[in-house]
Design a binder for this molecule. Structure first.
Ligand code: SF4
Length: 165
């Protein structure tokens, strides 16, 4: 949890970007189009390298901008381009009932509530503003540390693990 805050402090520019999510939603759509075409080709040529490149670039780029925790099941465009895995309770549908009157986190009082930020940022979006109202399934931990782009392209990000109702 403390790591989350340290990371966020170390990322100049990232907060500005997240507070202007229209740029990010455009970037998301462009990236989605490019990666959906490029990844299957790369995978055919060199599957291990393709996967390594996807994981590495996601760790670095999304790590910088979103403090990505590599859940492997990205829902950023549904959460105002604010990573829900930075919520200390790891909620995929928030906020919890403990948001402080100043909009800060119940668990880490110095930290703004991730879900308050998610809501405020989502309302600045043009294309995905309403997606925050969609109820998300619990996070699938079996996808941890995988590339969320890869799991999305392969359709594994929306599959329900065995035994889930
Ligand atoms: S992949 Fe998961 S942890 Fe990373 S930014 Fe998206 S939702 Fe957050």
């Amino acid at each position: 949890m403390v790591t989350h805050m340290k990371e966020a402090r170390r990322m100049p520019g990232a907060e500005w970007l997240k507070n202007h999510p229209r740029w990010l939603e455009r970037a998301y759509l462009l990236s989605k189009r490019a990666i959906t075409k490029a990844y299957p080709v790369m995978k055919r040529i060199h599957p291990r390298f393709a996967n390594w490149l996807m994981v590495r670039s996601e760790k670095v780029l999304k790590g910088w901008v979103f403090n990505c925790q590599m859940c492997g099941q990205c829902i950023l465009h549904s959460t105002g381009m604010t990573c829900p895995m930075n919520c200390p309770k790891n909620l995929r549908n928030g906020p919890c009932g403990g948001v402080r009157p100043n909009g800060h986190c119940e668990v880490i009082p110095e930290m703004p509530c991730v879900w308050v930020q998610a809501w405020e940022r989502s309302q600045k979006m043009l294309i995905f503003a309403d997606d925050i109202k969609v109820i998300q399934p619990p996070v699938n931990r079996t996808l941890q540390d995988e590339s969320a782009w890869v799991t999305m392209i392969e359709g594994r990000d929306v599959q329900t693990p065995k035994g889930w109702g």
